[in-house]
Design a protein around this ligand. Sequence first.
Ligand SMILES: Cc1cc2nc3c(=O)[nH]c(=O)nc-3n(C[C@H](O)[C@H](O)[C@H](O)COP(=O)(O)OP(=O)(O)OC[C@H]3O[C@@H](n4cnc5c(N)ncnc54)[C@H](O)[C@@H]3O)c2cc1C
Length: 511
Amino acid sequence: MSDSHPLPDVPEKQPSPTVVVVGAGISGLACAYALQQAGVAVQVLEASSQAGGWVQSFAVEEHRYLLEGGPNSFPSSSKAVVALAEQLGVPLVSANENAKHRFIALGADLLTVPHSLWSAITTNLLPWRAKLRLLQEPFIAPLSADAPEETVAQFVERRLGVLAHTRMVQPFLTGVYAGNSNQLSAKAVFPKLVAYEQDYGSIIKGLLASFRKNKSKIKNKRPYALLNCAGGMKTFIQKLVQALAGTVHLNTPVTGLKQTASGWELQLGNGQKISADGVVLAAPAFVTSQLVASLSTEARLLLDAVEYAPITVVYQAFKKRHLTNRKEGFGVLRSWEVPNPVNQAWLGSLWTSSVFPNRCPKDEWLVSHFFGGACHTDVLLWSESRAIEEATAQSRWLLGSAPKAMPTLNAVFNHAKAIPQYTLGHTDRMSIAQTLLAYQAPTLQLVGNYLQGINLNSCVESGQVACEKLLKMPPFQKAPQAPASVHTTEPLPPISLDDNVSAIDSTATIH
Ligand SMILES: Cc1cc2nc3c(=O)[nH]c(=O)nc-3n(C[C@H](O)[C@H](O)[C@H](O)COP(=O)(O)OP(=O)(O)OC[C@H]3O[C@@H](n4cnc5c(N)ncnc54)[C@H](O)[C@@H]3O)c2cc1C
């Protein structure tokens, strides 16, 4: 390992190759863990005062409420996350049966999302003409492979009809990307569905073919459930950090990256420099762009082009007896077909205490409202009291809270750059950036939610794939099992597992 600042106690024997992972979000931690399991010495440097990135849980008011500042669940089909949880011994909690009931708000109406074949036929979410239009999909000629890339709105409306877009797909995208389906790329957001059109001439034909192919696997699959962890999503991060035993360093921002003759030199915020044989950049695209600037101006510009949507999450709890219109279920997402009667920046709400147990006192009801997204960036200007006011109005409308019923809890999370937007050209831009960097610097890997999917499973997979790629590179092939070590000018600060401070670009206030 190269080192411009050797420590006095550097062992005489050539130390094992070291990888520095920049960013301790789920992507970076999953990558670091995979590297450690493969016997590579790894160090994780995190800018903020807590590990986990967007994965943050807060037990507040003497642990009476358990709030998620970021992700609140993942489906049991998330193979990489579930396997990692099992490996780490993360205690998983399944959602209540109720969680299968989901709703779409169409103006003032709440329409039920079908969860079975029969409910798909009888649902009032789509009128009959829209259901018939959906069934015509296999007979619609596919676009030629060299046709210009389509937005999600263009792709879904062409194949499945306008109402399938506005009442099904677009609310789903609001829930996942907080995005605008007139800007998001179909190829980036639904790569499988776009490939089905090309390979089978139809989405429905492609889905049926894939079902037939995987029939035996589907039979053996465990039943679908929505999962979280006992103690909240943060438990997952704590287990990862524990497994990484002393190699995660908080309050340690990386401010510069330089390729040297024998590896890498990283500049830290405190002026310290450290060296490594490999580097994994697991920070958001707008940070990564700055770090790769000296390697490729083009890669920097391509990464800089990734836009992020803001989200304001407001948790409110009410005494159950004060709510006249509460429904059991996962929650509600908003269709943009008609205006919402209360607030145009509202994206949807989760009925948190109806989904997972032990989220609030038994006689209370905990809801989280989401505001903002790509179409309403003005939430960034909302004061905390404005956010609470808007949420209270939303609770009145959605849950029927009496005008005099005051929430027993208000908690506001402001996430300025929350969700990367996979807009037209995103897949190609990211692929070119990665190719340019791989050519210039094969021992550098990019991971994170702006590359191949924003859900937790894609993040974990992205970390694991980066690990596999690094292990094929010369300094890491057949790396011996070794204790993690890194050459630094000063010891790096250790991690405290109890830190509950919010991450970069994110503020949390709880009342
Ligand atoms: C409000 C919200 C709700 C969500 N809900 C769900 C959900 O229910 N289910 C789901 O599957 N997904 C959900 N997601 C998406 C998912 O949580 C994220 O995509 C995922 O957590 C991103 O992880 P990451 O490691 O790629 O990035 P991040 O979490 O952004 O981690 C990057 C890390 O890099 C650090 N960093 C930045 N700059 C530097 C630097 N210079 N030096 C060192 N470190 C640096 C940051 O502090 C951060 O810790 C949600 C996201 C949000 C915002």
